[in-house]
Ligand binder design. Sequence first.
Ligand code: UDP
Length: 239
Amino acid sequence: MASQLKYKRILLKLSGEALMGEDAYGINTGVLEFVAGEIKQVVEKGVELGVVIGAGNIFRGVAGASKGMDRTTADNMGMLATVMNSLAMQDALERTGVITRVMSAIPMQSVSEPYIRRRATRHLEKGRVVICAAGTGNPYFTTDSAAVLRALEIDADVVIKATKVDGVYDKDPMKFNDALKYESLTYDEVLQKGLRVMDAAGIALAKEDNLPIMVLDMGVSGNISRAAFGECVGTLITA
Ligand code: UDP
């Protein structure tokens, strides 16, 4: 591992499904503890870390809407579900001794701080992990877009999208043996090839500001730390 941190401030995007493990629904406490350990490792190396968590393990707006729910109501429920995941992550992190703040885009003063950009950056400077809950606070968005948005706001050096595979492939590596992994990609390639890395709105937003996105396998211990020190442990998306 290189001795110099390449990325000093990182925005880590965890999908809700990443907290589910092999379960069919909800939060797997074993997985949560593993993720907390990975985060602790990076924070101890001096990285300032923001985290955005999805809610696919609990509720997604589109799923509700496909069953006839009003889309905005369903998305609001999805955002509330991210708050549950964020509180679970906070709990797991604090049990390992990492100091955190949950900041919600939907004000919920009795369980979290409201998201205020200047306050968020102050927490980061003090070494606290900032967990940004409730996505962007707006329906019709996803937590991928929220991750890029928050990364830009807090001036993060990179968005790390933690997944179950070790990078971006030309087709689903779980289904096709001959799937090829990309070491690097441009934003345009991701959009043109329709690669399912993150939603197009998130990629387009990252492109506007040249914010690098790294896709890596969260299941391999030490991967986030290696990425922080500049090792290409997954696929890097840049201009
Ligand atoms: N959501 C939203 N606005 C946002 C972020 C999220 O309305 O800015 C809702 C949306 O319904 C989404 C759900 O919250 O389906 C959970 O987020 P996401 O699907 O991104 O979770 P992930 O796929 O990362 O687990």
